[in-house]
Design a protein around this ligand. Structure first.
Ligand code: HEM
Length: 441
């Protein structure tokens, strides 16, 4: 007989658990595991109880549960105003699968390969413009790169006035969209253009109008290119009908929100860890100079293990009774994979807090032990895209510059939907070209 009680968890009031989770999510989750082992239950304000799974075998069962039993989309409803009601992230069951199937071809390997040149162009130019010989925070600069990549490679904007207008709008959108008054539906009061919801509603309307115009024009012109929008324009529903403009706009906004902050934060952590691990740094620079990818790929895999920017998967709300890991859960509880905790389990990863790309030179990431992109039928659609982008950015950064920092490691802090280095990954960049010129031939 399976157990039917909820796993244990902190007894502190919900407000305290919420505060600890919002301010220092990683120490909070680690203290829960130390105290309760796994799985454990946490309670966050305005949410149903979350059960965090920490055993890869339980996660395997969890990812395989039928789509009519666990609903991840329902748990993400707070993101509705930012992503739009057609968003793949917010749908469940058949509607989710239909949308996901429409989007998948845009992220296939050969499509990603075709975008490499564009990613390199955007990255090279951005890094060349970053200040040298003074301490800078990399995170905002990396955010600008990942935003530009989405504008050019996903939305398909060419350089020009419209790209500039869209960039300005999206920068506003991303700041205004994470205001608590936007994330919490009861606070959706339009108290005029200066109120948070009022301001966001206007920015949203302007953004969607501009994006809608771009989609309609691209559809009318019939021109094909390598960007994700082109793939959406060519996609067909199972009944043969094309994706509608409003569906395309919502999915593009979903890719922006899901892909921008996550990739920028992952890259910030990778840089922050690299400067504090000189052995890894030197080996990576040598590999990049020699044009070899194996160590670069291993470094990215390790960065995503050591610093998963989403510490757990999208919570899936039980809408029917479900059994996972020998326990039966009733409707009204959400289950989630404890990505961070599994990736720091010493029985899976010896010395889990060490940053050691070497782990991955003779080992492939396991489906239920390496989880930065979640898993099952909700696994991140942009996983290959993100890894390609991280590769292009790290390679270019270490080609153009030498990174250094004498500061102690930065703590992890929450920033919007992800965790990031608290001070934005502060480093000093020095030009490498000059160093090379200084060396006699
Ligand atoms: C390093 C960067 C990234 C990380 C760590 C990341 C992580 C994740 C995670 C953990 C999920 C939830 C999976 C689950 O609950 O099982 C997810 C979903 C998703 N991600 Fe990413 N992501 C990244 C970049 C991207 C990029 C670049 C894009 C698109 C351009 C993207 C698009 C999506 C979409 C559309 C979903 C929803 C999939 C669905 O519900 O079917 N992500 N991501």
């Amino acid at each position: 007989m399976p157990r039917t009680d909820l796993p244990p968890g902190p007894r502190e009031p919900t407000a305290i658990q919420t505060l600890r989770f919002l301010t220092r999510p990683v120490p909070f989750l680690e203290s829960c595991r130390r105290r309760y082992g796994g799985p454990f239950t946490i309670r966050l304000a305005g949410n149903v109880p979350f059960v965090v799974l920490t055993d890869p075998e339980h996660v395997k069962e969890f990812f395989a549960v039928a789509p009519d039993v666990l609903h991840p989309g329902e748990g993400g409803k707070v993101l509705g105003p930012i992503m739009g009601r057609h968003s793949v992230l917010l749908l469940d069951e058949d509607a989710h699968m239909e949308q996901r199937k429409l989007m998948l071809p845009a992220f296939h390997g050969e499509k990603m390969a075709a975008l490499t040149g564009l990613l390199e162009e955007v990255t090279e130019r951005a890094i060349a413009s970053w200040p040298r010989d003074e301490e800078v925070a990399l995170h905002p600069r990396l955010q600008a790169v990942t935003l530009e990549v989405i504008l050019r490679a996903v939305f398909g904007f060419d350089e020009g006035a419209r790209l500039d207008q869209m960039r300005t709008l999206l920068e506003r959108y991303l700041i205004e969209g994470v205001h608590p008054a936007v994330m919490l539906p009861p606070l959706h009061w339009d108290l005029g253009p200066r109120s948070p919801w009022g301001r966001f509603s206007r920015t949203r309307a302007e953004t969607l109008a501009l994006l809608g115009r771009e989609v309609a024009e691209r559809r009318a012109s019939g021109g094909e290119s390598d960007d994700v929008l082109s793939m959406f324009l060519a996609a067909e529903h199972s009944d043969g009908s094309p994706m509608r403009d409003e569906e395309i706009v919502d999915e593009l906004m979903t890719l922006l929100v899901a892909g921008h902050e996550t990739t920028a934060s992952s890259l910030s952590f990778a840089c922050a860890d690299l400067v504090r691990n000189p052995g890894v740094y030197d080996r990576l620079t040598a590999a990049i100079d020699a044009g070899e990818d194996e160590y670069l790929d291993a470094t990215i895999t390790e960065a995503l293990r050591r610093r998963p920017v989403l510490p757990f998967s999208q919570p899936r709300l039980a809408v029917k009774p479900v059994e996972v890991g020998g326990r039966r859960y009733e409707p009204g509880v959400a289950l989630t994979a404890g990505i961070y905790l599994i990736q720091h389990d010493p029985s899976i990863y010896p010395e889990p807090y060490a940053f050691r790309p070497e782990r991955w030179l003779d080992q492939r990431p396991g489906t239920y032990t390496w989880l930065p992109f979640g898993g099952g039928r909700r696994r991140c659609l942009g996983a290959s895209f993100a890894q390609l982008e991280m590769k292009v950015v790290l390679r270019e950064l270490l080609r153009q510059t030498t990174l250094s920092s004498s500061a102690p490691p930065e703590r992890t802090a929450r920033r919007h939907i992800t965790v990031t280095p608290e001070r934005g990954a502060r480093v000093t960049l020095r030009a490498r070209a000059r160093e090379r010129e200084a060396v006699p031939a």
